[in-house]
Design a protein around this ligand. Structure first.
Ligand SMILES: NC(=O)c1ccc[n+]([C@@H]2O[C@H](COP(=O)([O-])OP(=O)(O)OC[C@H]3O[C@@H](n4cnc5c(N)ncnc54)[C@H](OP(=O)(O)O)[C@@H]3O)[C@@H](O)[C@H]2O)c1
Length: 323
């Protein structure tokens, strides 16, 4: 990407989009086109097309989506499939109609079958049934991958789909009803310690294994992908399988171990009480990251360091006082 190239980061105020904007700016990309949700509703395809015609972005990072944890996904599946299909359809199609050079579509590791062999390789897509609690969301994301692939095949576009593992970092969603497992644990542990309580309730059995990636690491990976030389970038598209690439750090741990780590970082000696009436989700989700390692990118921030940084940012911004 040229340093002066215009880059539209959709979802620039979200966890992932904000980290990508910071990384782009850090690397000297100053020509960013961004709009808040209130300024540009990405589900409205006519307005999105107008925006593209006026702004003419050359590169697009699609990090806007309706995103949530297990409870939100399980409770509002219609919202998750409708909003995500509309957002990605509007943005991908407007990108094609306006000659965008490269587009990076962000999906999620929940696109893979619930019982996929571990670690999960890109080629396991559509080889088995999905996890039921987030099937609507996952199917929208799979449709987005298929759309990138179809546009590449039919129109010669260069759209790549990046599938990050579970993300966390500054600016995360700490709302206990809508958040992912790690920010929820951080908030619960923080508040229990402050309230002088001795017990922290953790949803599920604590047994599922999960992988976590710090948002700044993901941002670096995304910019790395957008910046690959033509021949390398094109080799990711000219395959007989979807233009898909996993992004993770290649290590996982149980939810129990994660909760223990969060408590240790807060220097809090508490009893963890597991609530098996809450859904566990997929038993294990660890991405195979050999493809992105071969392209010269590896995660840098350890889980402990990333959680410490996220606590520091959340405490300074009083994010735990949000509902
Ligand atoms: N968080 C994770 O653990 C994780 C893991 C893997 C992949 N991802 C992927 O990364 C992407 C971004 O996730 P995130 O965690 O950064 O989510 P996030 O923090 O909720 O950010 C999403 C952003 O999209 C915006 N948005 C939503 N609907 C919109 C609409 N109709 N029009 C305009 N903007 C809209 C939101 O704005 P408002 O808040 O104003 O609505 C928000 O700024 C998603 O595709 C997700 O699948 C996330």
């Amino acid at each position: 990407m040229e340093k002066t190239g215009k880059i539209f980061v959709a979802g620039h105020r979200g966890l992932v989009g904000s980290a990508i904007c910071r990384e782009l700016q850090r690397q000297g990309y100053a020509n960013l086109a961004v709009r808040t949700h209130a300024e540009l509703d990405l589900t409205d395809s006519a307005t999105v097309l107008d925006f593209f015609q006026q702004e003419k972005p050359e590169y697009v990072v699609l990090a806007a989506a309706k995103v949530g944890g297990i409870l939100a996904n399980d409770s509002y599946p219609a919202d998750f499939i409708r909003e995500n299909l509309k957002i990605q359809t509007s943005v991908i199609d407007a990108s094609y109609r306006n000659g965008v050079k490269r587009l990076l579509f962000l999906g999620s590791s929940c696109i893979y079958p619930r019982l996929a062999p571990q670690p999960i390789k890109e080629e396991y897509l559509l080889t088995g049934p999905l996890e039921p609690t987030n099937r609507a969301y996952a199917l929208a994301k799979i449709a987005g991958i298929e759309m990138c692939w179809s546009y590449n095949r039919q129109y010669g576009t260069k759209y790549l789909a990046a599938m990050p593992t579970n993300m966390y970092g500054p600016g995360d969603n700490f709302d206990l009803k809508g958040s992912h497992v790690l920010p929820a644990l951080m908030r619960k542990v923080f508040e229990a310690k402050r309230a002088g309580e001795k017990k922290v309730v953790v949803w599920g059995t604590g047994k599922p294994r999960r992988e976590f990636l710090y948002s700044d690491d993901l941002a670096e990976a995304c910019v790395h992908l957008l910046n690959l030389p033509d021949s390398t970038y094109d080799s990711l598209l000219n395959r007989s399988d979807p233009p898909l690439i996993n992004i993770g750090n290649g290590e996982d741990l149980t939810i129990r171990e994660l909760a223990e780590l969060v408590a240790r970082i807060q220097d809090f000696d508490c009893e963890l009480v597991f609530d098996p009436t809450m859904e566990d989700g997929t038993p294990r989700k660890l991405l195979d990251v050999s493809r992105i390692h071969e392209l010269g990118w590896k995660a840098k921030v350890s889980l402990e360091e990333g959680i410490r940084r996220t606590f520091a940012a959340a405490e300074s911004q009083l994010e735990f006082s949000a509902p």
